[in-house]
Design a protein around this ligand. Structure first.
Ligand SMILES: Nc1nc2c(ncn2[C@@H]2O[C@H](COP(=O)(O)OP(=O)(O)OP(=O)(O)O)[C@@H](O)[C@H]2O)c(=O)[nH]1
Ligand SMILES: [Mg+2]
Length: 222
């Protein structure tokens, strides 16, 4: 999510996440750090990142403003590495922000916010973070982008590593056992074990666990 200060990026992040993650205020330059929320959009695991408003004249500033400058640097770096850039325009402005327009490319998706206040000539999908208008349409477009990016797999993904196969089998055993467990605590434990097993594939399990396996299975001097 990138755009001019006050365009409503944080408001949009909150609206899409359906919770109050980022601070919203009418002061330009509210957001400094990159704030990430994990979302499930049509089954795709998405990380939505809120960023500092682009105000390039702050870049290189000193003193207090150096913080904003660093925020803008991070915003641009994050936009650069993102799979999809949501360019957020303030739809009530007479002309679209040129710094944001500058980022328009194949990975960009333009959004014109504050449609409830009408007015301007900003490009893109008209939405209102305030009323929620247009958000469904925005999500549909993001969904189709995700679809294009990640593709639909109708075939079964092949498992190339024994370690992954073992982890999946373990997850399956735990999931199959969970519904038959006599107590809610035991169901939860089975689900936790299943998640842990999957975590070994997706990389959410700490290094210690992996080192234990390496030492145990490969007899590297302990
Ligand atoms: N009318 C209206 N106001 C909005 C909408 N979205 C945000 N605002 C207002 O616009 C102002 C800025 O909103 P933020 O979400 O903080 O904007 P931002 O783009 O994150 O700003 P920075 O963090 O400073 O870059 C706040 O006063 C919001 O209440 C909207 O859809 N309609
Ligand atoms: Mg913000």
């Amino acid at each position: 999510m990138v755009g001019a200060p006050n365009a409503g990026k944080s408001s949009l992040v909150n609206a899409l996440a359906q919770r109050d993650v980022a601070i919203v205020s009418d002061m330009a330059g509210t957001t400094r750090d990159v704030i990430e929320v994990h979302l499930d959009i049509a089954g795709y695991p998405v990380i939505l990142a809120d960023t500092a408003g682009l105000r390039p004249d702050q870049i290189g500033a000193e003193g207090h403003e150096a913080i904003e400058s660093e925020g803008i640097r991070r915003a641009l770096a994050r936009a650069e590495s993102a799979d999809i850039k949501l360019l957020v325009f303030d739809g009530t402005e007479k002309t679209p922000d040129p710094h944001t327009l500058n980022l328009l490319d194949d990975t960009a998706l333009a959004v014109s916010n504050k449609s409830d206040s009408g007015g301007g000539s900003a490009p893109g999908i008209a939405v209102s973070a305030k009323t929620g208008a247009g958000l469904d349409e925005l999500l549909k477009v993001i969904e189709s982008r995700l679809h294009d990016l990640m593709g639909v797999r109708t075939d079964n993904p092949s498992l190339t590593r024994q370690r992954h196969r073992t982890a999946l089998e373990e997850a399956l055993v735990c999931l199959a056992r969970a519904p038959t467990a006599p107590l809610p605590e035991l169901i939860a434990e089975d689900l936790r074990l299943a998640i842990r097993a999957l975590g070994r594939i997706t990389g959410r399990v700490d290094v210690e666990d992996l080192l234990d396996v390496i030492f145990r299975d490969f007899c590297i001097g302990k």
